[in-house]
Design a protein around this ligand. Structure first.
Ligand code: SF4
Length: 388
């Protein structure tokens, strides 16, 4: 398995202060010791490491610019970063796709023009209509910013379709899935990523509250999945498509869209980190102890921290009796972390995953039966034709 996905923390600070953010409001506090922005020197050194690693390989790399909030870095830095990718990777014949993740507060058309020239894609975080998004997504004065996000998305939809990558939405199990999906779909995004909240069993005061949460998440996903099956849309809801594809194509692929072993995060000081979702497991949990100035990517992959990740992507013992284990793969490693016991166990999302995959299997089975019936009838029809 190769590392194809490189997430650059181009800005370590953010103009928003969302309550669920895994960068600022969970256990990991890496951001505090980071430079505010990724320097051109660090970016270039990182890209040269990537180019060395990719020598002789084929396929497309993904270069993601994340934060914090990347747009606070301004157009001048974006211009430098874009041309640095072009002058470092292109002459070496390396195929790549740049993407940028923004919270949608600042609509900076100079930056967007830079992205357009570089063929980059822009993704916007939006959890749904104001009544949903405003509950958790606020700025540093506690003010919601869903109005700015709405304007940003309308602007992308109408004037910047070529750089419009899609929307990322963290699921709020207390919201109406139909209302959230219809709202997001109204901006005609090419892609919608519905993300399971990064919540652990130990985030709840008692078992009963935790089970209530699990129940609400189950119900949300069940309704959302059914809604998607009936939604007349050109937007791809990636998670559901992936689940359906996995259920339809044995030997089953695991239904985690991204394997965390394919991702490396590069902090604004040049430190390599593991996949971002694992930050909820503790301060410095994702740290590899390596930096782009001293180590190449093969060295990071063979480091102890990456070996730890290899172990975490195996099926957990708690799932070995499950009839959907090959399909589900045990869920996200981060969801399996138990802060109280300091160990990885059954995913906090398990009931939702189990139900969703069962639903997907039922949908595929009824589709197969429908096709079989159609096939049967058309066989009979063509035999009739031949007899006549
Ligand atoms: S549905 Fe639950 S028990 Fe089954 S593999 Fe997934 S996480 Fe494990």
């Amino acid at each position: 398995m190769a590392v194809t996905n490189y997430i650059f923390k181009v800005a370590s600070r953010c103009n928003a202060d969302c309550s669920y953010c895994y960068v600022y409001h969970k256990d990991d506090q890496t951001w505090k010791g980071q430079p505010r922005f990724l320097s051109l020197e660090t970016f270039e050194a990182s890209l040269l490491r990537i180019a060395d690693y990719w020598l002789g390989r084929s396929g497309r790399l993904h270069i993601g610019l994340h934060g914090g909030e990347p747009f606070i870095a301004g157009a001048r830095r974006f211009g430098q970063w874009m041309s640095c990718v072009e002058t470092t990777l292109k002459p070496r014949g390396i195929e790549y796709q740049i993407s940028v993740q923004t919270n949608g507060i600042l609509c900076n058309t100079d930056i967007m023009q830079q992205l357009r020239s570089a063929g980059a894609k822009l993704f916007v975080s939006c959890d749904g209509p104001p009544g949903v998004a405003d509950l958790q997504r606020v700025d540093h004065l506690g003010r919601p910013f869903s109005r700015q996000v709405k304007e940003f998305l309308s602007c992308l939809q109408h004037d910047w379709q070529d750089i419009y990558g899609g929307i990322l939405a963290v699921i709020d199990p207390d919201s109406s899935p139909e209302m959230v999906m219809d709202y997001l779909e109204g901006f005609q995004p090419p892609l919608v990523d519905l993300l399971l909240p990064l919540i652990l069993r130990s985030d709840f005061s008692d078992l009963e509250t935790f089970q209530l949460y699990q129940h609400r998440l189950c119900e949300w996903l069940e309704r959302a999945f059914l809604h998607y099956l009936n939604l007349n849309t050109n937007s791809q809801f990636r998670y559901f498509d992936h689940v359906l594809l996995s259920a339809a194509s044995p030997p089953f692929e695991r239904a985690i869209p991204f394997d965390p072993r394919e991702t490396l995060v590069i902090e604004s000081n040049g430190d390599y980190h593991l996949d971002d979702t694992l930050r909820i497991c503790g301060d410095q949990f994702t740290a590899t102890g390596k930096t782009v100035f001293e180590a190449g990517i093969p060295e990071v992959i063979s480091s102890q921290s990456f070996q730890k990740l290899n172990a975490l992507t195996q099926l957990p013992p708690a799932c070995r009796q499950c009839d959907l284990q090959n399909l589900c793969g045990g869920g996200l490693p981060a969801h399996r972390w138990d802060r109280n016991c300091q160990e990885f166990g059954l995913a906090s999302t398990c009931p939702s995953l189990y139900q969703l995959f069962h639903q997907a299997q039922e949908v595929i089975e009824s589709f197969r039966q429908h096709r079989f019936q159609q096939q049967g009838f058309s066989d009979v029809d063509s035999k009739k034709q031949r007899t006549l």
